[in-house]
Design a protein around this ligand. Structure first.
Ligand code: NAD
Length: 267
C-alpha cells in the first residue's frame, strides 16, 4: 500500500471528468481520499474516473453540476454531504477558455469565463467552508478543511487575446488570499496551484503538432510539458497535514514558466 496521508478524507473535485481534474481526483484517491467527481457534460469521462478510483480502493461518485449555477452547486453539495457525511477537501478545478482579441470579445464570452472560472469558485467554496466550519476539526486532522483553487501561471503572466481568462485567474489570486486570511481562525487552509502548460484538452493546439510543442517548450526551462499527475502530486501535498503551515499561497507547478525564460541567456 502506498503512502496515504489523506486516508478516509472526503474530497470534491470540480471539472473532474478530464484533464487536470481527473488527474487530481486519481491522486487524491491514491492518497486515501473518497472523491465526488463533478462533471459538466461528460458522464462517460466521469464514470471512467469513478471506476479507476474504485480500483484504487477508495469510494467515488459522479455528480453532474454546472459550477456557475447556484442550484446545481447546492444539489451537488447535498449529494456530497448525503453520501460522504462531510467535506475535508475542495478542489476548485473547473475552468475553460473562450479566447478572442479584446476588440472582438463578446459579453457572453466574458461572462461565461468569469462565471465558471471565478463565480464557480465562489459558489463551491462558500458551501464547502460552511460545512467545514459546522463540522470543525475531525480526529486525526490538524485543520477543519482545505480548499485548493486551480489558478494558472496567468494569475501573474498577462496573456494577450485571453483578457477574460487572465482576469478570472487574477481574480482567483485575491479571492484565495482573502479567504485564507479570513478563514484561518476557523482552521481552514486555502491555497492555489498555478499550473504552467499541462497536456490536457484545454490547450491541445499548443502541443498536438511537433511545431506547436517545440514552440511551447521554448517557454518551459525544465524542457517538458506537464502532465495531470504533476498537479495531482502538488494537490495531495497541499491537502495533507505536511502542508499544515501553508496558507494563502499559490504554488506554481510550471517547469519554470514563471521564471522569465526569455532572459535565460542574459536577455
Ligand atoms: P479540461 O478542459 O480538460 O478541464 C476543464 C474541466 O472543467 C472539464 O472537465 C470541463 O468539463 C469542466 N467544466 C467546464 N465548465 C464547467 C462547468 N460550468 N461546471 C463544471 N465543470 C466545468 O482542461 P484542464 O487543463 O484540465 O483545466 C483544468 C483547470 O486547470 C482549469 O481551471 C484551467 O484553467 C486550469 N489550468 C490548466 C492549464 C493547462 O495547461 N492545462 C494551465 C493553467 C491552468
Amino acid at each position: 500500500m502506498s503512502y496515504q496521508p489523506l486516508k478516509g478524507q472526503k474530497a470534491l473535485v470540480t471539472g473532474a471528468s478530464s484533464g487536470i481534474g481527473a488527474g487530481v481526483a486519481l491522486s487524491l484517491a491514491a492518497a486515501g481520499a473518497d472523491v465526488l467527481v463533478n462533471y459538466a457534460s461528460s458522464l462517460a469521462g466521469a464514470q471512467k474516473v469513478v471506476d479507476q478510483i474504485k480500483e484504487l480502493g477508495a469510494n467515488a461518485i459522479a455528480v453532474k453540476a454546472d459550477v456557475s449555477k447556484e442550484d446545481d452547486v447546492k444539489a451537488m453539495f447535498d449529494e456530497m454531504l448525503g453520501t460522504f457525511g462531510a467535506i475535508d477537501i475542495l478542489v476548485n478545478n473547473a475552468g475553460l477558455q473562450q479566447d478572442a482579441p479584446f476588440t472582438e470579445m463578446t459579453l457572453a464570452q466574458w461572462n461565461t469565463v468569469l462565471g465558471i472560472n471565478l463565480t464557480g469558485m465562489f459558489l463551491c467554496t462558500q458551501l464547502a467552508v460552511r460545512a467545514m466550519i459546522k463540522r470543525g476539526i475531525p480526529p486525526g486532522s490538524r485543520c477543519a478543511g482545505k480548499v485548493i483553487c486551480m489558478s494558472s501561471v496567468h494569475e501573474v503572466i498577462p496573456w494577450a487575446g485571453h483578457a477574460n481568462y487572465a482576469a478570472s485567474k487574477g481574480g482567483v489570486k485575491l479571492f484565495m488570499q482573502t479567504l485564507a486570511q479570513e478563514l484561518a481562525p476557523q482552521k481552514i487552509r486555502i491555497n492555489s496551484i498555478g499550473p504552467g502548460a499541462i497536456q490536457t484538452p484545454i490547450n491541445r493546439a499548443a502541443w498536438d503538432t511537433p511545431e506547436a510543442l517545440a514552440s511551447l517548450l521554448k517557454l518551459i526551462p525544465y524542457g517538458r510539458i506537464g502532465i495531470p499527475e504533476d498537479i495531482g502530486n502538488a494537490t495531495v501535498w497541499l491537502a495533507s497535514d505536511a502542508a499544515d503551515y501553508v496558507n494563502g499561497q499559490t504554488i506554481f507547478v510550471d517547469g519554470g514558466m514563471t521564471l522569465y525564460p526569455e532572459f535565460a541567456d542574459g536577455g
